[in-house]
Design a protein around this ligand. Sequence first.
Ligand code: MD6
Ligand code: FE
Length: 215
Amino acid sequence: MRDLLSELPGVRASEPIGDGAVVLRGYASARAGELLRAVDRIREVAPFRHLTTPGGHVMSVAMTNCGSLGWVSDRRGYRYQRTDPLTGESWPSMPAVLRSTATEAAEAAGYAGFVSDACLINHYEPGARLSLHQDRNERDMSAPIVSVSLGLPAVFLFGGLRRNDRPKRIRLDHGDIVVWGGATRLAFHGVEPLDEGDHPLTGRCRINLTFRKAG
Ligand code: MD6
Ligand code: FE
């Protein structure tokens, strides 16, 4: 059967990876430059930083946020908050190009009416990784998560509802978007250590934008 999503500009294919979860290949390619310029403006106000986990480990991925809520971690736990702990100021507002990319990708994946109030921005350098975890700090688990990959490729690990379920390994390239929700909303997932590389738009790094409805 012909893939209707592939008829949209920039989108090559949609690839189901679980119940309620899909990879939209190349969906963000056409606006990648615009998304990255927006990230450059955000990081001037709310710089990338390496957060500490409640267990006392410093994360290899550097993070920042935009939108009315931002995800943070420290010795006291994981949570969303309205202000950046580094500056005490509100997080930068979510640029329209980010907001609309998230809403359109969610709709293409079957989740109409997704309005994100929190965008976590992850910065990976070669060697950085994210160990298997669930995203469970959001209030409304009926909303999906939209995850945009930019720059260097990564291997995304997508497991099941139990930590010990063997994860699928999914390569995510520049411009790919993962949308997931429904039955897999609480699936364990992570990112393998990033390989060395040099990307024409980002250099030696991968940027991931993860949109949630947190509040
Ligand atoms: C990343 N992503 O791809 C890390 N979480 O850099 C996540 O942790 C994530 O991609 C929930 C849904 C999609 C994701
Ligand atoms: Fe996650």
